[in-house]
Design a protein. Structure first.
Length: 558
């Protein structure tokens, strides 16, 4: 597919126009609210989130390319968009009309520099699957082996470049016209998205990713990764072993084949626990089109274009956090959430611990009894937790969150009673750090108890003697009380200066009316000074309050 300068410019401005219309629909609310009733702005904003997400979704399906990927990416950003928008974007399917076979054949001839029949003995013209970046055809190698050939859509690199340039212009406009950069790091989101997208356009890298996953899971007989045929693979063409199976969400076929759905959900969970916490390299796009089940109940994993990595240090922290979740040690969970960047450092530990405890016990501890109803409750609770507390999603966790969110839906669909924490507990023990193992914990607790038995009695005696002599001092943290007193003091100062300003203005008017012109001028100058002081006091008080999201959602920095 050839894109000339005119069509490229048309697409560029169409993408920009989409974002400008979405931006203006929200930005103009502050003006439209002037002639509407109180409360209209908030109600209309909630409606716009859904309506504009639908506008984006329809345009993305029409234009394809980057917009579909961007919609899927934004559907995972529950720290940026409300639930009504993410749900609409989550429905955006990574499927677009198939490219004509003659265009696919022309690209294959160009990549291999030989006629198509010399590369493949036969290739089906009807694709097995069609997505935003490429499509898959079944083919036969000269030796008779059946393979799946993944071909990049012709001209897709050019489309991606146009769309990325348009996105960069849009981000520049947002940073210039709004202060939203305080709440969302647009540059980090853009860079993360652009890098990941360009990696998906390189099928040589995808082949290497597949082999890495296959090597890491070589000891697991229940996970199958298709073999890559490197002689028939290029940057825009990936040829792999053809494997047939049932979709992981085809429950009727799974039951007919006699496959235990509960065991399958457990196995999926174990595979991802190992990839994330042990290997540090995981499949980041586990949607139903990339997970199949063979007749023996083994899991076939395909499409390794979108991968995630976890550093060893971060992996150890995540293991500790998961172990704290398993042990229901909610304060430790909050500590690790802060350490990895999910929660701001100034968050209230007690409130968060209670919120995390309630969330874990209600949603992960006992499993879900009713899929549709309980998942809705889960999403509502998660949204409130994200918006009412200072939660955020760091850039490095975007694709991990996407993978876990999709995996959650698949596992619950297979077994609505599965308990994520309890199911992962036995498997996690294999990767538990030495200091977290029961024997080591018992040893450390025993040593601590022995030390306490020696040290506590003298300390207790010393404390009682001071109490008896009236020398015992008790220190109580008054951070919150001091903050409240400071705010009240600032408010009092502002009121006092307001009274002074009012008196000054009245005095000035009195002097002017009675023709004391010089004195009235001095009074006017004093009034200006008092006004500036009052303005400074008011702004100081406003800065001491918790910042808010530009669209009315409590602040959660990216």
């Amino acid at each position: 597919m050839t894109i000339n300068s005119r069509s490229a410019a048309r697409r560029f401005f169409k993408v920009i126009n989409l974002f400008v219309r979405i931006f203006w629909s929200f930005f103009s609310l502050k003006f439209k609210a002037l002639w509407h009733k109180p409360g209209w702005k908030d109600t209309r904003r909630e409606e716009l989130y859904f309506l504009e997400a639908r506008r984006f979704r329809n345009t993305a399906v029409e234009m394809g390319g980057l917009l579909i990927k961007l919609g899927q990416f934004l559907s995972t950003r529950v720290d940026i968009l409300p639930q009504s928008a993410t749900r609409e974007l989550a429905g955006l399917q990574d499927e677009v009309p198939a490219v004509a076979f003659q265009d696919i054949a022309a690209l294959l001839v160009k990549e291999f520099n030989m006629p198509l029949h010399e590369v493949y003995a036969h290739m089906d013209e009807t694709p097995l699957a069609s997505a935003s970046l490429g499509q898959v055809h079944q083919a036969e190698l000269p030796g008779g082996e059946i393979v799946a050939v993944k071909v990049l859509r012709p001209g897709i690199e050019r489309l991606i470049d146009i769309d990325l340039r348009a996105m960069r212009r849009v981000i520049g406009g947002l940073k210039l016209l709004t202060d939203w950069q305080k709440w969302v790091d647009f540059d980090a989101i853009y860079e993360e998205f652009a890098v990941t997208l360009r990696e998906e356009l390189d099928y040589l890298q995808e082949g290497k990713n597949a082999e890495t996953i296959a090597q890491n899971s070589a000891a697991d007989p229940d996970l199958i990764v298709p073999r890559i045929h490197w002689d028939y693979t290029r940057r825009r063409v990936l040829t792999m072993e053809f494997m047939q199976g049932m979709k992981v969400t085809d429950y009727q076929s799974l039951e007919k084949a006699g496959i235990n759905r509960s065991r399958l959900a457990q196995k999926l969970l174990e595979i991802y626990v190992k990839q994330i916490l042990v290997d540090g390299f995981f499949h980041a796009d586990p949607h139903p089109g990339n997970l199949f089940i063979d007749a023996e109940g083994r899991i076939i994993m395909i499409d390794f274009g979108m991968m995630g990595t976890i550093s060893p240090d971060l992996r150890n922290t995540l293991i500790q956090m998961v172990l704290a979740m398993v042990a229901r040690e909610h304060h430790k969970v909050v500590f690790y959430l802060k350490q990895v960047g999910f929660v701001r450092r100034d968050a209230d530990d007690e409130i968060l611990a209670r919120a995390v405890g309630l969330f874990l016990e209600q949603t992960l501890g006992e499993g879900l009894k009713s899929f549709d109803q309980d998942v809705m409750i889960l999403l509502d609770d998660l949204e409130k937790l994200l918006y009412e507390q200072p939660f955020q999603i760091p850039a490095r966790f975007t694709f991990l969150g996407r993978a876990l969110g999709t995996l959650y839906g698949i596992c619950i669909g297979l077994d609505s009673k599965i308990s994520f924490l309890d199911a992962g507990k036995p498997y996690l023990k294999q990767f538990m750090p030495k200091q977290a193992r029961p024997s080591q914990i018992i040893k450390e607790k025993g040593a601590a108890l022995g030390t306490a038995l020696v040290e506590v009695p003298p300390l207790l005696e010393k404390t009682l003697r001071r109490a008896e002599q009236g020398q015992l001092e008790v220190k109580i943290p008054l951070k919150n009380v001091e903050a409240a007193l400071m705010q009240n003091a600032q408010a009092s100062y502002a009121i006092a200066w307001g009274i002074v300003l009012g008196s000054s203005l009245l005095g000035t008017v009195y002097l002017y009316v009675h023709h004391f012109t010089v004195a009235a001028r001095w009074g006017g100058a004093a009034s200006v000074i008092f006004f500036l002081i009052l303005l400074a006091k008011t702004r100081t008080r406003q800065r001491s309050r918790m910042p808010r999201h530009p669209e009315g959602i409590p602040k959660g920095r990216y």
